[in-house]
Design a protein around this ligand. Structure first.
Ligand code: ADP
Length: 483
């Protein structure tokens, strides 16, 4: 099949979150299943600067702009990426969505509306690339108008479309004026179309017009049908329930492999698990922590690598700090985002320097060192469509301690008498959305940590889990074929 995979970010060219990882690894897995895949993304200036191999496939005039379609390949997979180069929209500093001050670009609707229109033209072979898509796989609100352009504006016999929700909270909502600026047909301005309580909603383009809707875990696919997780779109999603499927993300097994990880101090695998402790010691040293407590015992080293946003339950952690610092634990947090959280966490680190270390940055290499070195990986998320870092942690024998929501509920098996006995336990989880529940889970993890052989048993079960992309890619391929 010819698959056009559209995304606003693609690892390793540009990444702000999990979407970029998926937008590289799923197409790669589809290519390995012998499909013809093109990834399509905007040519941001930072991406153009990174390209070492590229060629211009065509230059066209569209809506008064000169647009180049550039092809590059990502090595070693040789995945083909097509970039839409239109400097007035994409040649800017900052990240794909916000300026250097962290504010949304004022013309995001026009930028991504343009991206969607060009995507629809490419998919229907109208830009001279001699390639026609059978399937267009759209991701998140930035791709939301592609099914709209395909079905209502451009093509008589459009390719089939799949729309994947990576995070329903980000909907691409803009004032009515953008609807007119985008010259969309008047009949789309209704609650059955793109209107959302007086605003223009990009994500509704995908949710209303795509042939199939997917999201990134089975549990999240159920949760978003409810008012608690549906972000106001639960009614529409219930209506489309029969076209909605949850497929868990995989991980990049080359990038996240403790036996070969170039960022960590000591390589290890399930047979050489004791070597993991070298990574713990190195991380403790890096954080300025001691390796042993006054009583000679090992502290439980808890790691976090995360966007600092409300979604990630950072406030549950912050409210737990006074209680957690009474326990034999150490906590290292790598994160960036909400300034309020950054400042509060720095203040906590200043108050408890022997227990808490905070790095507010985006640092891939440190993320690897934390995931390899920590005993526990903490994710107290309010909601979590899939989550990738708990999957990396499982592979590294770093037991996830998570709130049982979304993909976390699908991928982490809580340790209790039963799951420990039948060798299914892979981590720790709690359900209630409150600090006490988090603290109780940490206390239970500490009790397990005190029993070496038990801990190792859970680690080995965690490390055996298969989160390769192959299985998920096969599931997507089946959906494409059924579309
Ligand atoms: P989300 O997409 O909601 O941010 P995911 O768990 O799906 O959460 O993916 C987050 C990705 O971003 C992971 O690959 C994680 O390692 C990475 N990441 C998040 N914050 C940082 C950071 N501060 N430094 C390095 N990597 C980070």
């Amino acid at each position: 099949m010819n698959i056009l995979f559209t995304s606003s970010e693609v690892y390793p060219l540009i990444k702000t979150g999990g979407l970029a990882d998926v937008a590289y690894n799923l197409p790669k897995a589809l290519k390995n299943l012998h499909q013809s895949v093109r990834i399509l993304m905007p040519a941001y200036s930072s991406v153009l600067k990174k390209l070492s191999n590229s060629k211009v496939l065509n230059t066209i005039q569209l809506k008064g702009e000169s647009v180049k379609i550039i092809e590059t390949q990502i090595y070693p997979s040789r995945l083909k990426v097509w970039l839409i180069d239109c400097p007035p929209y994409f040649d800017r500093p900052g990240n794909p969505y916000v300026n250097e001050q962290g504010q949304d670009w004022h013309d995001n609707a026009l930028r991504f509306g343009f991206f969607c229109e060009v995507a629809a033209l490419i998919a229907t072979n109208q830009l001279g690339l001699k390639w026609q898509a059978d399937i267009v796989h759209c991701n998140d609100w930035q791709s939301g108008l592609i099914p709209v352009y395909l079905q209502t504006i451009i093509s008589k016999k459009p390719p089939k479309t799949i729309f994947t929700i990576h995070n329903l909270a980000y909907q691409g909502l803009f004032p009515y004026s953008t609807f007119t600026q985008l010259h969309l047909p008047d009949n789309l301005w209704s609650p059955e179309g793109l209107e959302y309580y007086g605003q223009m909603s990009f994500i509704k383009g995908g949710l209303v017009f795509a042939d199939t809707i997917t999201t990134v875990s089975p549990r999240y696919a159920e949760e978003i049908l409810t008012p608690e997780f549906g972000c106001g779109l639960e009614g529409l999603l219930q209506h489309r329930q029969h076209d909605l499927v949850g497929i868990i993300n995989g991980i990049d097994e080359r990038e996240w492999n403790p036996a070969k990880d170039v960022s960590i101090t000591q390589h290890y695998n399930s047979r050489t698990l004791p070597a993991k402790s070298d990574n713990k010691q190195a991380l403790q040293t890096e954080c300025g922590f001691t390796q042993k407590l006054a009583n000679g015992k090992q502290p439980l080293l808890i790691g976090m690598v995360t966007r600092l946003s409300e979604q990630k339950g950072i406030d549950l952690l912050i409210d737990s700090i006074p209680a957690l610092t009474q326990l034999p634990i150490q906590l290292v947090i790598l994160g960036s985002g909400d300034l309020h959280y950054e400042n509060t966490l720095h203040a906590a680190a200043k108050k408890y320097p022997d227990k808490i270390h905070v790095i507010t940055a985006y640092d891939e290499s440190l993320a690897h060192r934390i995931i390899a070195g920590a005993d526990i990986f903490l994710m107290p998320s309010r909601y979590e469509p899939c989550g990738l870092t708990q999957l990396y942690s499982l592979r590294y024998g770093t037991l996830p301690l998570v709130r049982a929501v979304g993909g976390l509920a699908n991928t982490v098996v809580n340790s209790n008498d039963e799951s420990i006995n039948n060798l299914t336990a892979t981590g720790f989880s709690f359900t209630e959305e409150n600090p006490l529940a988090l603290q109780q889970s940490v206390k239970y993890a500490l009790a397990c940590f005190a029993q070496n052989s038990l801990w190792k048993k859970i680690q080995l079960t965690a490390m055996k889990k298969d989160f390769s992309w192959k299985k998920s890619a096969q599931h997507y391929l089946q959906l494409y074929q059924e579309c």
